[in-house]
Design a protein around this ligand. Structure first.
Ligand SMILES: Nc1ncnc2c1ncn2[C@@H]1O[C@H](COP(=O)(O)OP(=O)(O)OP(=O)(O)O)[C@@H](O)[C@H]1O
Length: 301
C-alpha cells in the first residue's frame, strides 16, 4: 500500500436514482493538506458525492478510494471525518460530555476531547449544556468532533451556513489549521466571498457533472470574463469622463468600463490620460461569484 498515492481519488464516479444520474462520471482528487471547495446549485449533487466518499451512498459506476481504502470499509471510514449540514447533538449534554462520548466511540482518550475543546475556543463553555450554545459554537463543536482521531480527510457540508461573518472567519481559521496539519479538506458552501482566500482549488458541479476544477487564478484565465474598471471622476466632470471613455455612469461620480483581460493596461492608460478629470481608478477582477455564475450556466460546454 505504501507506493499508492495518498489522497482522495474519485474516478468517473456515478450515482443513479432510477434513470437519473445525480452524480455523473465525476473525477476529482484531494491530496493531503489540500483544501478543495465543492460548489454547485441546489440539487447539483454535492451532498450525494460527499456521501459516496463517506460510504453512505453506493458508487454505481466508477471508483472512489479514500487514502488507499474503499469508502465504507472500516479503514475507509476511519480515514474520514464528516460534518453534516445540520449536525445534531444531545442538547442536554455539555460540550465536554458530548466530545468525550465521541472520543470513546472513536477509541480515543478522553483527554483528546479536552484538548480539542481548547483548540476550537470552547474551553470556557465546555461545562455548559449544548442547548445553550450559539449556532457558531455548535459548528465549532461539530468541527472538534470531526477532528477526533486525526482523520486524513475531512468532509464539511456547508459548515458555515447561518454563521455570522466573525464566526465564519473563526471557523475557516480552524479549517486552515486542519489542512496545515496535513488533512485533506473537501467542503461545500454557498458563501462564495469567503472561499476566495480559503481554498486551494474550486470544483464546480452542475447537474451532476464536474464543470470546473482548478485554482481560482486558473479558473479566471479559463473563463476569460471581463475585468471592470471603476473610474471616479472629478465632481463636475462625470459626463465628460463617461463620454470620452465610453463607459456607463454608476452614480454621480463614477463611470464603469468592462474590458478583456488583455486590454486592461490600455484602458487604464486611457483613463489616466484624462489627467485631472479623474480622481481614482479601481480595477475589479471577476469575483468567485462571477466565475461560479459563468461555469454554472447550462450553455457553457
Ligand atoms: N434518495 C434519493 N432518491 C432520489 N433522488 C435523490 C435522493 N437523494 C438525492 N436525490 C436527488 O439528487 C439530486 C442531488 O441532490 P444533492 O442533495 O446531492 O444536491 P446538493 O448539491 O447537495 O444540493 P443542496 O445545495 O440543495 O444541498 C437532487 O435532485 C435530489 O433530489
Amino acid at each position: 500500500m505504501g507506493h499508492r498515492e495518498m489522497s482522495l481519488i474519485v474516478d468517473k464516479a456515478t450515482r443513479r436514482y432510477g434513470t437519473v444520474e445525480t452524480v455523473s462520471a465525476v473525477s476529482l482528487r484531494v491530496g493531503a493538506g489540500e483544501r478543495v471547495a465543492l460548489l454547485g446549485h441546489n440539487g447539483a449533487g454535492k451532498t450525494t458525492l460527499m456521501k459516496m466518499i463517506l460510504g453512505l451512498n453506493p458508487v454505481d459506476a466508477g471508483r472512489i478510494e479514500v487514502f488507499g481504502h474503499a469508502p465504507g470499509t472500516r479503514a475507509g471510514r476511519a480515514a474520514c471525518a464528516y460534518l453534516p449540514e445540520n449536525v445534531a447533538f444531545h442538547s442536554s449534554l455539555t460540550g465536554r460530555e458530548q466530545l468525550r462520548l465521541y472520543a470513546r466511540l472513536k477509541g480515543e482518550a478522553a483527554r483528546a476531547a479536552d484538548g480539542l475543546l481548547e483548540r476550537v475556543g470552547l474551553a470556557d463553555a465546555a461545562n455548559r449544556r449544548i442547548g445553550t450554545y450559539s449556532k457558531g459554537m455548535r459548528q465549532r463543536l461539530g468541527l472538534a468532533q470531526a477532528m477526533l482521531g486525526r482523520p486524513k480527510l475531512t468532509v464539511l457540508d456547508e459548515p458555515t451556513s447561518g454563521l455570522d461573518p466573525i464566526s465564519r472567519r473563526d471557523f475557516y481559521a480552524l479549517v486552515d489549521e486542519l489542512a496545515e496539519r496535513g488533512a485533506a479538506v473537501l467542503l461545500s458552501s454557498h458563501a462564495l466571498t469567503e472561499l476566495e482566500a480559503r481554498t486551494d482549488r474550486i470544483a464546480i458541479l452542475r447537474d451532476g457533472h464536474l464543470v470546473a476544477d482548478a485554482a481560482l487564478d486558473a479558473l479566471r484565465a479559463q473563463a476569460g470574463l471581463p475585468i471592470r474598471l471603476t473610474v471616479r471622476a472629478r465632481a463636475d466632470a462625470v459626463e465628460e469622463v463617461a463620454g470620452r471613455l465610453g463607459g456607463t455612469r454608476l452614480n454621480g461620480r463614477s463611470v464603469e468600463l468592462a474590458c478583456a483581460p488583455a486590454e486592461k493596461m490600455d484602458r487604464i492608460g486611457d483613463a489616466a490620460a484624462l489627467g485631472a478629470l479623474v480622481d481614482d481608478i479601481d480595477v475589479v477582477p471577476p469575483s468567485l461569484e462571477d466565475l461560479y455564475r459563468h461555469f454554472s450556466r447550462r450553455d457553457v460546454p
